[in-house]
Ligand binder design. Structure first.
Ligand code: NAD
Length: 352
């Protein structure tokens, strides 16, 4: 089993392996970088086939949170945790209370939030053992449902408009054709905002009910999931899966802007360069999908949702800076985003 030599290790400050025999808890908590503040990141519960797979996932995701929070200008570092287990069959309140105790032992260096396989109820169990939990909704602010997706969608909308402004000289979306892949929690909210802004929607989802709702509610044009990436549109918004920008798809894109919520849209770093060479403006995914983590931070600090939205609007200036630097330096926007994040979170600090 490799940890230090894992490709995603990248100078992690701390990686903790914890277990609890009584509840069957097996968890890895990774703290990548705390230069800007305590690390924050979701707790993923997944039936990893091997321990190495769990290690790789937690390190990769934790590092990603350092970059995301730095570019979102949050006083937070990057961390993540994974629980090895099947969320459909192996969840118990006791398991999450044991997880809460493991987090408490890190003394606030790691703040946990929901992720794939964990729910608000699980966070409530964790919160009974530690205060280092983000995104618990106290129900006092009607603009808040406990679901960060509308905030994520708002950030994507801001980033997409900024991309349109950079490409077209203005950010009026009226009449622009936007292809949205995936009408889930984020994609559907994004469609609502784009529709309100006058865009013409082209949509696809594996779930026919979501597609027919978007057709009825927003006058969207439905296409198949095989067609959506290459449809004739001005902007493509991937809001479903990672890896959609790859050797095969780049040749078929007709949109000249890509701005969506999906994590890890580039299959490989070099696809950022290929987009630039093809004249496609790419708004880096982790820069514009940071609205959810901003909301977790504001909610945790008892700030109203209106303040979350104000902060999210700052994504516009950040993505503009990335576009401008990328143009000046003749580099891909994804490369420039990573370097800008590194400038912000700074060099690794040595342990005392
Ligand atoms: P979700 O599961 O609610 O929605 C995903 C949707 O994509 C589903 O409706 C699914 O049917 C559809 N889909 C799956 N494969 C598809 C395909 N091949 N073609 C078309 N549609 C397909 O997820 P979500 O919360 O809306 O998140 C969407 C993306 O944004 C994910 O990549 C997620 O990691 C990322 N993201 C989400 C948040 C958030 O706040 N929810 C924050 C940051 C990033």
């Amino acid at each position: 089993m490799n940890v230090f030599s894992e490709s995603a290790f990248d100078g992690h400050e701390q990686v903790v392996f914890a277990s609890d025999d009584a509840t069957g808890l097996k968890t890895i908590i990774a703290v990548h970088n705390t230069n800007l503040g305590p690390s924050l990141g979701g707790c993923r519960m997944w039936p990893y086939a091997t321990e190495q797979e769990a290690i790789h996932d937690v390190l990769r995701l934790s590092r990603g949170m350092t970059y995301k929070s730095a570019l979102a200008k949050l006083p937070l570092g990057g961390g993540k945790s994974v629980i090895i287990g099947d969320p459909r069959t192996q969840k118990t309140p006791e398991l999450f209370r044991a997880m809460g105790r493991a987090i408490e032992q890190l003394g606030g260096r790691y703040i946990v939030a929901e992720d794939v396989g964990t729910s608000p109820d699980d966070m409530a169990q964790i919160a009974s053992q530690t205060k280092h939990v983000g995104g618990i909704n106290d129900g006092k602010d009607p603009a808040r449902t406990g679901d960060p997706s509308p905030f994520t969608a708002y950030g994507v909308f801001i980033g997409l408009k900024e991309a349109a402004r950079f490409k077209n000289g203005h950010d009026d979306l009226t009449g622009l054709r936007v292809a949205v892949q995936g009408l889930g929690h984020v994609g559907y909210h994004l469609c609502q905002m784009l529709h309100n802004a006058g865009a013409k929607l082209i949509v696809a989802d594996l779930n026919p009910a979501s597609v027919s709702n978007a057709v009825t509610e927003f006058g969207a044009t439905a296409v198949s999931v095989d067609e959506i990436l290459s449809v004739d549109a001005d902007i493509l918004a991937p809001c479903a899966l990672g890896g959609v920008i790859n050797d095969r798809s780049i040749e078929t894109f007709r949109a000249t802007i890509i701005a969506g919520a999906a994590n890890n849209q580039l299959e490989d770093d070099r696809h950022g360069d290929m987009l630039r060479e093809a004249g496609i403006l790419y708004a880096p995914d982790y820069v514009i999908n940071a609205g959810g983590v901003v909301e977790v931070h504001y909610c945790r600090n008892g700030k109203p949702a209106s303040e979350t939205n104000k902060h999210i609007e700052g994504i516009g200036a950040t993505v503009r800076e990335i576009f401008e630097r990328a143009k000046q330096q003749n580099r891909s926007t994804s490369f420039v985003a990573d370097r800008l994040a590194e400038e912000r979170f700074g060099p690794r600090q040595h342990a005392a």
